[in-house]
Design a binder for this molecule. Structure first.
Ligand SMILES: Nc1ncnc2c1ncn2[C@@H]1O[C@H](COP(=O)(O)OP(=O)(O)O)[C@@H](O)[C@H]1O
Ligand SMILES: [Mg+2]
Length: 262
C-alpha cells in the first residue's frame, strides 16, 4: 500500500466527511501560520466544482488557471501557481470552477508528484470537500498525513472517526484530530470538552481552534490569521504550526477566555 505514497515533501490533507466544520478555514490559516514561520507552503484546493479556498485566502481575483489546466498540459505548471501578496512563503493552486469528470486519479497524482519532486515547498496542504467521494480518494492516495477537523458536536466527532477509518484503508498513516470552533466561557471548561471528545474518538489530537466570530468575518473578506486581531485565533494557529513542525507546545498556549457560540 505504501509504495505509491510520495516521499520528501510532507503532504497533509485537511478533511472530514462532514461539511461546514472548518476544513478550508483551518487549512488556509494554518498554511499562513506556517508560512510566517519561514516555511514554504503550497495550498491545493481539491474541492472540484465547489471551490472556496481562493475566497478564504483572498486570491480569487488572481485565479486564471487551475489544477486541471496543469493536469492536462494546457499550461506550464508555474502559471497555475499563485504567489501570496502578504508573504513570500505561501502559494496556491485553485480547483476547477466546474466539476471535471476527467480529473482522474492518474492526472491528479501526476501533478502532486511533480510538485513533491520539485522540492520547492516544505509542505503541501490539500483541502478536500466533505463526503467520502472521489476527491478524498484522490487526495488520500498522495498523502501520508491527514488533519481531520471536527467541531465539538457528536455528529462531527463521529464523522471524524469514520473519515479516519476510511483514510486508514487508503494508507494514510498519520491521522490527527483538530477540534475547531471550541466555545464556552473558561479555558478550563473548553479543556474538559476537549478531553470528553478525545475520550470518544480513537484519534490523536494535534490542536484546537476556538470559536471566534472574527474567523467568519475574515473568511468573508479573504483575510487570514496574519491580519486577525483575536489573540485566541492567532495563538491557536501558531500552536498548531509549532506542533506540526515538531516543536513542543501546549495545546492552549496563549488562549484566554473563549467566546460563546452565537
Ligand atoms: N474557529 C471558527 N470560529 C468561527 N467560525 C468558524 C471557525 N472555523 C470556521 N468557521 C466558519 O464556519 C463556516 C464553515 O467553514 P469552512 O472552512 O468553509 O468549512 P468546510 O471547509 O469544512 O466546509 C465558515 O463560515 C467559517 O467562517
Ligand atoms: Mg471547504
Amino acid at each position: 500500500m505504501d509504495a505509491h505514497k510520495l516521499k520528501d515533501t510532507p503532504v497533509i490533507l485537511f478533511t472530514s466527511c462532514k461539511g461546514g466544520v472548518g476544513k478550508s478555514t483551518v487549512c488556509a490559516n494554518l498554511a499562513m501560520a506556517i508560512a510566517r514561520r519561514g516555511k514554504r507552503v503550497l495550498l491545493i484546493d481539491c474541492d472540484f466544482g465547489n471551490r472556496c479556498l481562493d475566497l478564504i485566502t483572498g486570491m480569487s481575483d488572481d485565479v486564471v488557471y487551475d489544477i486541471s489546466d496543469i493536469a492536462f498540459g494546457r499550461i506550464p505548471m508555474e502559471r497555475a501557481i499563485l504567489k501570496d501578496r502578504r508573504t513570500e512563503n505561501l502559494f496556491f493552486i485553485a480547483a476547477p470552477y466546474s466539476f471535471e469528470n476527467s480529473m482522474n486519479a492518474f492526472a491528479f497524482k501526476a501533478v502532486v508528484k511533480r510538485l513533491v519532486c520539485s522540492a520547492s515547498y516544505d509542505f503541501i496542504f490539500i483541502d478536500t470537500p466533505g463526503g467520502i467521494g472521489d476527491p478524498l480518494t484522490l487526495a488520500a492516495d498522495v498523502a501520508d498525513t491527514a488533519y481531520i477537523i471536527a467541531e465539538p458536536t457528536r455528529a462531527a466527532v463521529r464523522a471524524a472517526d469514520r473519515t479516519s477509518e476510511f483514510l486508514a484503508t487508503r494508507g494514510v498513516k498519520r491521522r490527527r484530530l483538530i477540534i475547531n470552533k471550541l466555545s464556552g466561557t473558561s479555558v478550563d471548561k473548553a479543556k474538559q470538552e476537549a478531553i470528553s471528545i478525545i475520550d470518544t474518538t480513537s484519534l490523536r489530537l494535534i490542536g484546537i481552534v476556538p470559536y471566534d466570530p472574527e474567523m467568519i468575518a475574515a473568511g468573508n473578506k479573504g483575510a487570514l490569521v496574519d491580519e486577525m486581531i483575536s489573540r485566541n485565533v492567532t495563538s491557536a494557529f501558531d500552536n498548531i504550526a509549532a506542533r506540526t513542525l515538531g516543536e513542543g507546545r501546549k495545546l492552549f498556549d496563549g488562549i484566554r477566555r473563549l467566546r460563546k457560540l452565537r
